[in-house]
Design a protein around this ligand. Structure first.
Ligand code: DON
Length: 307
């Protein structure tokens, strides 16, 4: 029998399509020129079934959606104690690019905000990796989550580096507190490269499905990260993944999630499904306007709220 899921997705996309509120991210010039009308949604189950509608194979940069995956790699590579010593797990209730460091230790509050993500990036791989080798480990790790080889968008990367003053300032603060133990510029460069990895909505759904499948990619069968790491990552996504909109998201949608400023949005429901949407216009929190509407609808139509 033909699945009804693509019809459902097409109808859901049609309902949110008229909403043209919000703007693509303007602070990275290469992103500001993105086609704002792109729209797609994909469901990937833990059994490896993939259903999609709209722009599901259009490439865009992963941006902040890389953060939970890089955090997962850091936890796998260095262990919980080493990572928790440098990055906390408390919601900041602030914007993604706020400084949000603990006042006494300088430890970033969580790995979903930029301060914590820059730190988590520095903790990927063995301690003796140089910055280029670390980026390679990150791209290889993200690729394993997606189940295909991914690459960076050099134009977006260069464009962001030219305007990375705020992330550089945050990294210098982290260095002054010895949370970062190396050259802040090299770490920001690696973090920006991590953000510039190109993905499609289909890739993102598969990456989310790998989290939902407790760390094993449902299609390739590769175990990407151990199960205890998945629990840690999904918990932090639930409480911190949507920044200063995390509370609204937790009550209204109720799915561990992460957004990115290129317009991607993922959700992962343990034991069930990975969901991804793509629509570049953003709300004031930096979350995709139509992506948030789609997730609200999916959660309500299918009873996906974890509570
Ligand atoms: O750090 C930055 O500014 C970006 N490269 C990533 C930010 C991002 O995607 C925030 N999420 N909505």
């Amino acid at each position: 029998m033909r699945s009804v899921i693509p019809d459902y997705l097409t109808e859901a996309l049609g309902d949110v399509e008229p909403d043209t509120s919000g703007e693509p991210a303007g602070y990275i010039p290469e992103l500001a020129s993105a086609d704002p009308d792109r729209l797609g949604a994909v469901f990937a189950t833990v059994q490896g079934e993939v259903y999609g509608a709209g722009d599901i194979d259009t490439e865009f940069t992963i941006q902040s959606i890389s953060k939970p995956f890089a955090y997962a790699l850091a936890l796998s590579d260095r262990g919980f104690d080493a990572v928790l010593a440098k990055v906390g797990v408390e919601p900041s209730g602030e914007a993604f690019n706020e400084i949000s460091l603990e006042s006494d230790t300088g430890r970033p509050l969580n790995p979903m905000i930029n301060a914590g993500a820059i730190t988590a990036h520095s903790l990927v791989g063995p301690a003796d990796l140089n910055p280029a080798e670390r980026v390679e480990r990150v791209v290889q790790g993200l690729s394993a989550f997606a189940g295909r080889p991914l690459r960076t968008d050099e134009a977006v990367c260069a464009s962001e580096m030219e305007h990375a003053h705020r992330n550089l300032a945050i990294a210098h603060m982290l260095r002054s507190h010895s949370v970062l133990g190396e050259d802040p510029r090299a770490v920001v460069d690696g973090y920006v490269r991590q953000c510039s990895v190109l993905v499609t909505a289909r890739d993102l759904a598969m990456m989310a499905a790998t989290l939902a499948n407790r760390g094993e990619n449902p299609l390739s069968g590769e175990r990407v990260i151990p199960e205890p790491v998945v629990r840690q990552v999904l918990s932090v996504m639930f409480t911190c993944g949507m920044y200063d909109a995390a509370g609204d998201w937790a009550t209204q949608v109720g799915i561990p999630a992460k957004s990115g400023v290129a317009g991607g949005l993922i959700g992962a429901l343990p034991g069930q499904i990975g969901i991804a949407t793509f629509s570049p216009r953003l709300d004031p929190h930096g979350n995709s306007v139509r992506g948030v509407s789609l997730f609200e609808r999916f959660s309500s139509d299918m009873g996906l709220h974890v509570m």
